[in-house]
Design a protein around this ligand. Sequence first.
Ligand code: HEM
Length: 153
Amino acid sequence: MNGFHWDVAPHETERTRRKRVMYTYIAVKYIHFATIWITITLLVLRFYWRWQAHPMLSKRWVRIVPHLNDTLLLITGISLIFITGISPFSPYGSWLLEKLAIVVVYILLGFVALGNGARREKIRWLAFICGVTCFYVIYRLATTKHPLLTGFL
Ligand code: HEM
């Protein structure tokens, strides 16, 4: 971790400030983890339901929850950037820059795999498989914090 840089609130000691930041960090990270697993579960499930032309796909919650979850994923991710102070534009944060670029690709592939537009089934399958692969790469980048490309440039 790069060190916390939140201000000490009035009447707060350094020790309680550290505790406050640490608890916030742990809570946000748990929500980040939850949203990560929900996003990939919903991607796989929705793709399966679409493929089977399952009635579940037309349920209201199936159309709303993925967007709410992905918004929360983004909010917790941005919060983690502020809490940890890891900048995607610093040499240490190059893994994060790569991760963010692949998150964008992951989201776009989700649109191609699940979107309503007229697409050939092969294209949807390809987008789905690439999306799951992106998820794996994002996960590896986040847990190892080793950039794939930037280190070599
Ligand atoms: C599919 C999308 C995402 C996946 C699979 C994912 C995965 C993860 C995982 C597994 C970790 C924990 C790494 C560890 O410390 O062991 C993590 C941490 C982190 N994520 Fe994400 N994440 C995603 C999206 C995002 C987004 C959109 C952002 C920012 C806008 C973000 C920012 C961060 C940051 C800054 C950390 C570092 C926290 C730390 O070092 O303690 N993530 N992510």
